[in-house]
Write a protein of this length. Structure first.
Length: 91
């Protein structure tokens, strides 16, 4: 089931912007926060679908998200991830 109110369950909800909106090697630390997040998929879909340019979202840096968006520019990532989740649960 997709969580529309995902921010309340995010692993980063108690972190400050300085923990997630970082550059260079500090991004690897930010991505570690995402690794255990129960709503990482919702977060990533939000960032991709809304073309959020800065920070680590859903375990991806802005550079990683830009590369993905170049490969799939017309994709609704929420729809893609929801479908994949439903198919995974159904199998």
């Amino acid at each position: 089931m997709w969580d529309d109110d995902w921010t309340n369950r995010a692993a980063c909800r108690t972190k400050g912007p300085d923990d997630l909106f970082v550059r260079g090697a500090a991004q690897n630390q930010a991505k570690k926060i995402c690794a255990s997040c129960p709503v990482v998929t919702e977060c990533l879909a939000e960032a991709l679908d809304n073309r959020i340019e800065w920070g680590v979202w859903g375990g991806m840096t802005e550079r990683e998200r830009r590369a993905l968006l170049r490969r799939r520019p017309a994709t609704s990532f929420r729809e893609l991830f929801e479908t994949a989740r439903r198919e995974l649960v159904a199998s």
